[in-house]
Design a protein around this ligand. Structure first.
Ligand code: UTP
Length: 309
């Protein structure tokens, strides 16, 4: 049974500069909640009790966010702000959250390698700290179940518009059951022509401790970074690997357009501001900008889907 999660959050976030210069992109809020809090909540909801966050320079705000803030708690208590007090206390009580530094930012594979000692020979869930999954079922829970069943690595998959495959790790696989693939090959950020499919790795993985051996053997790849996808391709020589297609979508907050789209989707569903925001969007769409509404079309299938927190 997987009980540990590893959340890499050390990256530069160059796609979100200048906002990410002095603050972690993983702390960018979706309405009022930092992205990485959603990721931790998703892990806890799936039964994870031990979380390791990989951080680096400029990422201390993440540590502070998951620590207690006694002064703020006292202030909220004195002012009788019970809901706010409860919401910030809950953050530090959710799970056992640990931190480790990635000293040199050499890519996602290298970030994962920093978890080796903490993972200590156990299987673990790997969840990218800048990405939310909105789905009709808990993707984290599903990956844990599949890992338990097969005892082999499992990744979440998202079907994307073929024109967008070059942003992601892409798989070549054989369907073996509803929404379940046996993976034959993985390619990191292929061009549209090279991509073996439009099934992309959707930022959630269930991995065994042997991944570290393969990361050690992986030379720098795309962007001269140690790519996790390359290490997983090496693993495929020795073991089976499965891919589970999500029923929903991934929101990559490190991408500006996705960030805005996600805030709109979650804003529409937000219990406090949702109705007013909905009205605002309706008026905006009916206004002179209405003919640009196709920008929002891609997010429409998520609106109304349950929000995994
Ligand atoms: P990204 O692929 O989004 O990379 O990382 P990035 O470097 O942070 O962002 P850009 O491309 O420059 O805009 C996915 C997740 O992996 C973490 C990031 O913090 C993010 O949560 N990561 C990436 C690391 O922890 N270390 C790395 O060396 C690279």
């Amino acid at each position: 049974m997987i009980r540990k999660a590893v959340i890499p959050a050390a990256g530069y976030g160059t796609r979100f500069l200048p906002a990410a210069k002095a603050q972690p992109k993983e702390m960018l809020p979706v309405v009022d909640t930092p992205t990485i809090q959603f990721v931790v909540e998703e892990a806890v909801d799936a039964g994870i009790t031990d979380i390791l966050i990989i951080i680096g320079k400029g990422k201390r705000a993440i540590e502070e966010h998951f620590d207690r803030n006694f002064e703020l708690e006292a202030e909220l208590e004195a002012k009788g702000k019970k809901a706010e007090l409860e919401s910030i206390r809950r953050i530090s009580q959710m799970a056992d959250v640990h931190f480790v530094w990635q000293k040199e930012l050499r890519g996602l594979g290298d970030a994962v390698r920093c978890a080796r000692h903490h993972v200590n020979g156990e299987p673990f869930l790997l969840m990218l700290g800048d990405t939310l999954i909105q789905s009709r079922w808990s993707v984290a829970r599903r990956l844990i179940e599949l890992y338990d069943r097969y005892n082999e690595p499992v990744v979440a998959l998202e079907r994307v518009d073929p024109a967008k495959v070059s942003r992601y790790g892409v798989i070549d696989g054989v369907p073996i059951a509803d929404d379940l693939y046996l993976i034959r090959r993985l390619v990191e950020k292929p061009s549209v022509d090279e991509a073996p499919s439009n099934l992309t790795i959707a930022s959630r993985y269930a991995l065994g401790p042997r991944i570290f051996e393969y990361i050690d053997r992986t030379p720098p790849g795309k962007n001269r970074e140690i790519q996790l996808t390359d290490a997983m391709q090496l693993m495929l020589d020795d073991m089976a690997m499965y891919g589970s297609v999500i029923d929903g979508c991934r929101h990559d907050i490190g991408n500006k357009l996705d960030f805005l789209r996600t805030n709109v989707i979650f804003g529409l569903e937000h219990p406090e501001i949702g109705p007013e925001f909905r009205q605002f969007i309706r008026e905006l769409a009916a206004s002179e900008f209405g003919d640009r509404s196709s920008e929002m079309g891609a997010g429409r299938r998520c609106v109304g889907a349950s929000v995994r927190r």
